[in-house]
Write a protein that binds this ligand. Sequence first.
Ligand code: ZN
Length: 267
Amino acid sequence: MNNFCVKRHNNGVWFGTFGLLEKHNVKHGVSTRLGGVSQEPFDSLNMGISTGDELELVMKNRRLFCEAVGVDANRLVTAGQVHGDRIYVVEEKDINKGEVTLIQETDALVTAAKDVPIMLSFADCVPVLLYDPVKKVVAVSHAGWRGTVAKIAQKTLYTMQEKFGSKPEDCLAAIAPSIGGCCYEVDKTVIQSLEKSFSWWREVVTPRGERWLLDLWETNQRQLMDIGVNGGNIAVSGVCTNCNTQLFYSYRAGKGRTGRIGAIVSL
Ligand SMILES: [Zn+2]
């Protein structure tokens, strides 16, 4: 049930879904780089606007991806991500019908509104999707190392709790393709922040020479379990973007000049 499966929609878009969320009929998807209209080095399904790619092509890609997932692109809500820990609760009134709604300086979106697809974009950073099947709430968080040590996944769940009464033990989480512990080398600055945030930090790092390999998947998984999410309710794709550049964008592999995958969830 923790499987992550990539498939092709008949519009040409390749995207992945989690069995754990499909089982609950949650509309969601994680795009790949295949099936869009962007040109090199953004080829081809780039979801990110602040990449240097042409806006028109990104908008076309977003429409294709929404169509593949089965959500209304005219009601799409995204965020201007800044590697912070601000969380925004999206309501029906936020939607700019006909054009994408952009919530500024926000790294997690939460909504209990129906048919309001929320999407964040990623290239190596960790997408964390959350779903509360009891209170009917969805969320997506952007957890790079800064977001991860700022505990954005935990804070997103706390927001769901405060606003909608979600209980961590009811919630499902899905950790989508992003840079894995196989490739994510970090320096002392990151390790020092990690140490301040998590007592178990040693268990998610592996020394490599003067540096360390950090497992962001496990760091996000454990921080959710720390606040009561059941380990069996967390699906991890286990797919590293830096190891799979034919299928996903990787900021590291592309030396900063590349596209973004999108992670969408909707009630
Ligand atoms: Zn890797």
